[in-house]
Design a protein around this ligand. Structure first.
Ligand code: SF4
Ligand code: SF4
Ligand code: SF4
Length: 336
């Protein structure tokens, strides 16, 4: 892999130079006394952190319906966030023209619901922390692609903790050209290696009813899912989830009903909607106040379906989402 080695402070220097333009922004991570969180930087990078070991939301959520012409935005995010961004571009929910998307190797994350005093943000220490503790989120343990190999460019970390920047698209080449130094062959062995065999994921639907019985239908899972983007969600109206008079009319028509209504329908429709674009980030589960293991179901069903089409959400910009294409001869194996 041809890449540029990033000397200490190199990326901060490049981004600070980039941010001198009034129309330029960077979406990345900021370190403060409470931990690390997303931040849109304007003018300068303060307390910038390459890595964010704490997971609260998927950053692509903040980019939905972004059509800001004339601005330039650099994203430096985790692979599952860049993958969700790529899917949203395909779904015409983000205008790609003004964005350079850079994925950074991810050593795994801990839920912000966990009680932890301090967590390292330096690569070697964080790697050791993740190995020594059992704090890593389940979604990260079974992550399909934690490497910075998606988007326009990537930042990889070698075994000595050195950072390497490489490009995957023309935009990525533009990003790389902002960094001083020459391209050289990066070490073959990186801190995060390619998964030889992706874990085969099968969701056992036997527990579905039991797991979702605790659901209070707050819909946080929908609202925090980066690829669940419909403005007019069918579950906002009265048709699927009647309220007030409409609900009582339904009860008079059809008989007594348990509440809240429509849980299974809500989750199955959502599962169907995101089945080809889900990136397995677990943001839905993070947002659930009831501790329902949502990733298990959404990741399980989506990876199985994506596998049938040899598709992987967010892997690259040119791969069409299967449900946006029509092929007369496909899925022969599953024909009746
Ligand atoms: S799901 Fe993968 S990319 Fe996303 S935070 Fe976890 S390890 Fe990182
Ligand atoms: S369904 Fe859950 S795991 Fe899948 S993309 Fe949405 S938030 Fe992430
Ligand atoms: S966030 Fe949890 S409780 Fe709320 S609708 Fe989703 S599964 Fe149900």
């Amino acid at each position: 892999m041809q890449a540029k080695k990033l000397n200490n402070g190199a990326i901060e220097g490049v981004l600070n130079e980039f941010l001198k333009d009034e129309q330029h922004l960077v979406l990345g991570f900021e370190k403060d006394k409470n931990g690390v969180s997303h931040r849109i930087f304007k003018k300068s990078l303060d307390q910038y952190s390459f890595l964010n070991p704490l997971f609260s939301t998927n950053g692509a959520l903040f980019l939905r319906r972004l059509f800001a012409k004339g601005m330039q935005i650099v994203l430096l995010l985790r692979p599952c966030e860049i993958r969700a961004y790529v899917e949203l571009v395909k779904l015409t929910q983000i205008e790609r023209e003004d964005i350079i998307a850079v994925s950074v190797d991810c050593l795994g994350t801990v839920s912000t619901k966990e009680k932890i005093d301090e967590i390292p943000t330096e690569a070697g220490q964080l790697d050791a922390y993740m190995k020594e503790t059992d704090k890593m989120r389940w979604a990260c343990k079974v992550c399909r692609e934690p490497r910075g190999v998606v988007g326009d460019a990537g930042i990889r970390i070698d075994k000595n903790g050195a950072f390497w920047a490489t490009s995957y698209t023309e935009k990525g080449e533009g990003f790389l050209s902002m960094i001083e130094g020459n391209l050289e062959e990066a070490p073959k062995e990186m801190l995060i290696s390619e998964k030889e065999k992706l874990p085969k994921f099968q969701t056992n639907m036997d527990d579905f009813e039991k797991d979702f019985s605790k659901c209070i239908m707050c819909m946080n899972c929908r609202d925090m899912c980066p690829v669940c983007y419909c403005i007019d969600c069918v579950f906002n109206g009265d048709e699927y989830l009647p309220k007030g008079d409409a609900l009582l009319n339904k009860v008079f028509r059809t008989g007594s009903t348990n509440m809240p209504q429509g849980k299974e329908l809500f989750h199955l429709i959502r599962m169907y909607h995101v089945s080809q674009t889900c990136v397995g980030c677990g943001a839905c589960e993070e947002a659930c106040p009831q501790g329902i293991p949502l990733t298990k179901y959404f990741k399980g069903t989506s990876e199985r379906l994506q596998g049938m089409f040899a598709y992987m959400s967010g892997r690259n910009f040119d791969e069409a989402i299967p449900y946006l294409t029509f092929l007369e001869d496909e899925l022969k194996d599953v024909e009746d």
